[in-house]
Design a protein around this ligand. Structure first.
Ligand code: HEC
Length: 136
């Protein structure tokens, strides 16, 4: 214990006096590694945020909650009343995505669409937009 303490004291003293170059260098090496790590982490986070790519295949088990109102994907017209609900199949993915984001944020007010969109993640929205934009 005293041996460790003694060593520690001497290191501190040497550090204060500035005569221990290797000790200085090892601190800056650690700092450099830390900064490099931080830079990596933030790059990874940016990449993750920009990486919400719609996957139509992944939407196939998410559309169940849309079909009841927006008709079966691929059908243009079912009943006359269905025209009350916009056809979303074949619209651009960007448009569908921004519409769903707007319902989720509350910029679009329709209550049932707000309810639905509120339960969707960014990934869900991207997947659904990809899916519906590929319908004819
Ligand atoms: C309860 C019925 C209902 C359900 C379920 C439903 N929608 Fe809707 N949706 C509507 C209605 C009604 C509108 C028109 C609302 C308005 O006037 O803003 C609409 C509008 C939309 C729009 C905007 C269309 C446009 O042309 O501006 C999109 C996109 C959309 N829905 C996608 C979906 C998706 C994706 C799902 C499934 C996750 C879904 N909806 C589930 C009834 C529904």
């Amino acid at each position: 214990m005293t041996a460790i303490l003694g060593k520690f004291d001497r290191n501190q003293l040497e550090y204060r006096v500035g005569s221990n170059r290797p000790f200085d260098n090892s601190i800056s090496a650690i700092m450099k590694k830390l900064f490099a790590l931080l830079a990596l982490v933030s790059v990874a986070q940016i990449a993750a945020a920009a990486d919400v790519v719609g996957n139509a295949k992944a939407a196939e088990n998410k559309v169940a909650m849309c079909i009841g109102c927006h008709a079966i994907a691929g059908y243009k017209a079912t009943y006359p009343e269905v025209f009350q609900v916009p056809m979303i199949g074949g619209q651009s993915a960007k448009y569908i995505e921004s519409a769903l984001q707007a319902y989720r944020k509350g910029d679009r007010k329709h209550p049932s669409m707000r309810g639905i969109a509120g339960s969707l993640s960014d990934q869900d929205i991207a997947d659904l937009a990809a899916y519906y934009s590929q319908q004819k």
